[in-house]
Design a protein. Structure first.
Length: 386
C-alpha cells in the first residue's frame, strides 16, 4: 500500500512534528510511505527518513488564502502537483488546513482517497476567513475520512462545518506518546514525593496555556504550604502577557516562582523527576483568537510517563489526555477554588498522589504510537476496500 503523507512542518518542535515523525516511523514497516514536504525542509525530512522517497512542494502549510500574498505560492504548489506522474493508493494530510488543501489537490491528481488528521485549532480556524472557509469546506466534502486527534477536536469541527460533513465519516484517533520509553517503569514504582513540594507546568507561556490561572492557584497554595515552589518550563517571550504574569507575582508578593524558558531534554527530564504535581490550565481563545483551543494535551501524558498526577482545565481534547478522577483532575477553566482544593488533596495525601500518578503512567503506556498506527492502518484498509 503506497501512502502519500503531506507533512505541515518539521522545522521546529511542535505537535505537528512529533505526530508526523512518530506516526510515519510506526507505519513504515506496514505501508510504503512517500513524503510530501515543504521545499525548504527537504533536507530535514531526508535526515529524519533517509530511506524514504521525499517529494518537495512549494507549500504545505502556513499559506492561507485570506492573504493575497500567498496566492502565488499556492498556485505554484498546485501546478507542481498537476505535473506529478506518480500513482499512490491513498493521501494522508497530517494537518487539516492548509496542509489539507494541498493533500486535496494531490488526492484529486492521484484519484485516491484523502484522509485528514486535525490537530485542534487548525481543524476549525479556516472558518475565520471567507476564502479559507470556502476552500476548507471543499476539502472536507471530498475527504474520505476525518481523523481528529481527540473527541473534543471532532466536536468543534462538527459544530462549525456540519453541512460539509453530512456524508463524511469522522473517526477520532488519539495521539500517541513515546515518553514512557525514556522512563523505566521501575523508576515510577519507586517514586516518592520530594520534601519540598514542587508544582510544574510545561508549555509555551501564552494566554491559551493558562499560566495566569495556574499562577493564581499557586498563590493560594503558597498561603497554605509556604515552602512550595512553582517551575514554569516553556518559551517565555517578552510581551504583554509575560509582563502581566511578572506584575501579578510582584503585586501579590508571590515567592519561589521560576521561569525556565526552553530547556534541554535532560533538563526537562530532571524537572519531571523532582516535581510533586503537574498543572496546566488551558483556556478557550477569545476575540481574534476565539478559534484557539487545546487539541489534545500530550504534556499530561509526559507527566504520566514519570508517574505524576495532573491538574487541568476543561478545553477541547484535554478529556482524552486525562482520565478525570483517575489520572488527575479536570476542572472548569476559571474555577480557581476547585483547582486549589484538588491540588491540596494531591499534595497532602502521598498515597493518593502515588496512586493517581501510577494510573497516569498506565494510561500513557496504553497510548502508544503503534496503537495509533494500527488504527490508521484500519482506516486505510477500510477506505481501499470501498
Amino acid at each position: 500500500m503506497k501512502v502519500g503523507f503531506v507533512i505541515p512542518s518539521m522545522q521546529k518542535p511542535s505537535g505537528w512534528r512529533t505526530h508526523a515523525l512518530a506516526l510515519i516511523t510506526a507505519l513504515q514497516p506496514i505501508v510504503q510511505p512517500i513524503l510530501f514536504v515543504p521545499s525548504q525542509e527537504k533536507s530535514l525530512a531526508q535526515e529524519a527518513f533517509p530511506q524514504l522517497p521525499i517529494l518537495p512542494l512549494p507549500a504545505t502549510q502556513e499559506y492561507f488564502l485570506n492573504n493575497p500574498a500567498n496566492w502565488g505560492k499556492l498556485w505554484t504548489a498546485y501546478r507542481a502537483i498537476r505535473r506529478l506522474k506518480i500513482s499512490l493508493d491513498l493521501i494522508h494530510s497530517l494537518e487539516a488546513y492548509p496542509t489539507g488543501l494541498v493533500g486535496h489537490w494531490l488526492a484529486c491528481q492521484m484519484n485516491s482517497p484523502h484522509v485528514l488528521t486535525a490537530h485542534g485549532t487548525y481543524g476549525i480556524m479556516a472558518y475565520a476567513a471567507f476564502l479559507d472557509r470556502l476552500a476548507y469546506q471543499a476539502v472536507l466534502k471530498k475527504a474520505a475520512m476525518i481523523c481528529p486527534v481527540s473527541h473534543g477536536t471532532a466536536e468543534r469541527i462538527q459544530h462549525y462545518f456540519a453541512r460539509s460533513l453530512q456524508q463524511i465519516p469522522i473517526k477520532p484517533i488519539l495521539n500517541g506518546t513515546d515518553f514512557v520509553q525514556r522512563v523505566p517503569r521501575q523508576q515510577v514504582l519507586k517514586r516518592q514525593l520530594p520534601e519540598t513540594p514542587i508544582l510544574l507546568s510545561v508549555g509555551d507561556v501564552k494566554p491559551r496555556k493558562g499560566q495566569h490561572i495556574s499562577l493564581q492557584v499557586f498563590a493560594r497554595l503558597q498561603a497554605v504550604i509556604p515552602q512550595i515552589q512553582y517551575h514554569i518550563v516553556g518559551k517565555f517571550p517578552d510581551n504583554a502577557y509575560t509582563q502581566q504574569l511578572r506584575s501579578y507575582i510582584q503585586q501579590h508578593s508571590i515567592k519561589n516562582v521560576t521561569f525556565y524558558n526552553a530547556v534541554s531534554d535532560a533538563e526537562l527530564a530532571e524537572q519531571y523527576r523532582q516535581t510533586s504535581l503537574f498543572i496546566l490550565t488551558p483556556q478557550e481563545g477569545s476575540g481574534k483568537e476565539r478559534w484557539h483551543f487545546e487539541g489534545f494535551g500530550l504534556v499530561y501524558l509526559e507527566a504520566g510517563a514519570y508517574g505524576i498526577p495532573v491538574i487541568a482545565s476543561r478545553s477541547g481534547g484535554v478529556s482524552d489526555a486525562i482520565r478525570d478522577g483517575e489520572t488527575g483532575f479536570i476542572l472548569e477553566p476559571n474555577d480557581i477554588e476547585s483547582m486549589v482544593q484538588a491540588s491540596l488533596r494531591l499534595l497532602t495525601d502521598p498515597d493518593l498522589n502515588i496512586r493517581m500518578g501510577r494510573a497516569n503512567r498506565d494510561y500513557a503506556e496504553s497510548l502508544t504510537w503503534q496503537r495509533c498506527a494500527g488504527e490508521y492502518l484500519q482506516v486505510y484498509q477500510e477506505l481501499l476496500k470501498r
